[in-house]
Design a protein around this ligand. Structure first.
Ligand SMILES: [Zn+2]
Length: 299
C-alpha cells in the first residue's frame, strides 16, 4: 500500500453574525500567527466566495494585547456581506469550509516553488508520477495506491483504508520539515531543500521498519537517487496508521523536504519531488515477493 493524503488544513465556519462576518475554527493544526491578513475561499457546495481574515487593528489594541498572538477566536472572515441573510443566500452556513487563497509560483529562476497545501498535494503528485513511471514496467508487488483524507485530523483515511487493503508493506509519501533557514541552528534543520527525498527513520507517529528503511536506502544507492535520512521530533504520516492496522504492517515514509509547512508560503524543490517519485517507482519495481515475505515475518 502506498499512500499520500489529499486533504489540507483548513478552516470551518462556526458562526455568522448579523452583519455577515464569519467566525471559524481551525481544521488541522495552524500557526495562528500567520492567519490575520490572509485571503481565503469560503466553499459552500459548488459556490466559492472570496474573503479575507480580519482582526482588530493594532492601533486599537492595548500595549498588552499588542504583545500577544491573536487567537483564532479573535479573528473573523469578511466576505463583503452586510447581513446574516446575505451570507445564508450564498449557501454559506455553519460547517462551511474555508481554505487559503494562494496560487503556486516559481521562486526566481530556480527549481523551487511556493504555494499552500504542498502538504500533501506534492505527495499525491509524486505518487501519481511514480505510477506513470511504472507504466508497462513489470513488477512482482501488487500495488494499492491510496489517496487518503482526514490525515490532518488524525490519519483517519489511512486507518480505514489499511484495514481494507490488508497490505504486506506500507509506504507513505508526505512532506517533512526543511528548517534550512536563517535563525535555525544547522543541527535542527531535519532536512535540506534540493538534497533529495528523505527516508524517514522516525517521527512522533512511528519508527520506520529498519529492514524496509535499509531496502529503500539500498535502492536509492543502486539507482543513484540522492537521499537524506530524517529523524523528525514532531509530526506523523499515514505510515503511523498503516503500521498498527490488524496484526501490524512494516512501514516506511518517503518524505519530500518542505519549508514553512502549514503556511500559505510552503516552499519546496521540484527536484526532490521528482526523485521521491523515482525512489518509490524503483522500490515497487525491485521489491520481490521474497523481500515482502521476509519483511512480514520480521515483525
Ligand atoms: Zn500536514
Amino acid at each position: 500500500m502506498v499512500s499520500a493524503h489529499m486533504d489540507e488544513i483548513g478552516l470551518m465556519i462556526t458562526h455568522i453574525d448579523k452583519r455577515g462576518f464569519l467566525r471559524f475554527i481551525g481544521v488541522g493544526s495552524w500557526n495562528e500567527r500567520i492567519l490575520p491578513g490572509q485571503r481565503v475561499i469560503v466553499c459552500a457546495g459548488d459556490v466559492k466566495v472570496r474573503g479575507v481574515i480580519g482582526a482588530k487593528p493594532p492601533h486599537l489594541m492595548t500595549p498588552e494585547e499588542k504583545k500577544q498572538v491573536l487567537e483564532i477566536k479573535k479573528l473573523f472572515i469578511d466576505i463583503g456581506a452586510t447581513s446574516y441573510d446575505e451570507v445564508k443566500e450564498l449557501g454559506i452556513n455553519v460547517g462551511s469550509i474555508a481554505v487559503l487563497d494562494r496560487e503556486v509560483v516559481r521562486l526566481g529562476g530556480t527549481d523551487k516553488v511556493t504555494g499552500k497545501a504542498f502538504d500533501d498535494r506534492v505527495g499525491v503528485a509524486s505518487l501519481i508520477f511514480a505510477l506513470k513511471l511504472l507504466n508497462n514496467v513489470k513488477h512482482e508487488a501488487e500495488v494499492y495506491s491510496v489517496f487518503t483524507v482526514q490525515e490532518e485530523i488524525g490519519l483517519k483515511g489511512a486507518t480505514v483504508s489499511a484495514f481494507a487493503v490488508k497490505p504486506d508493506v506500507g509506504i507513505a509519501v508526505d512532506v517533512t520539515t526543511a528548517n534550512d533557514i536563517p535563525e535555525v541552528d544547522e543541527k535542527d534543520w531535519i532536512t535540506v531543500l534540493g538534497k533529495g527525498p528523505a527516508i524517514k527513520v522516525m517521527d512522533k507517529g512511528n519508527i520506520s521498519h529498519p529492514k524496509l528503511r535499509e531496502l529503500l536506502i539500498k535502492i536509492a544507492e543502486e539507482e543513484k537517487i540522492p537521499y537524506q535520512l530524517e529523524v523528525l521530533p514532531g509530526g506523523a504520516t499515514d505510515a503511523a496508521a498503516i503500521m498498527v492496522s490488524r496484526e501490524g504492517v512494516p512501514v516506511a515514509t518517503i518524505s519530500i523536504p518542505c519549508r514553512y509547512i502549514h503556511s500559505p508560503i510552503e516552499v519546496l524543490d521540484i527536484k526532490d519531488a521528482v526523485y521521491a517519485s523515482k525512489l518509490l517507482a524503483s522500490f515497487i519495481r525491485k521489491i520481490s515477493r521474497d523481500d515482502i515475505r521476509k519483511l512480514s515475518t520480521l515483525l
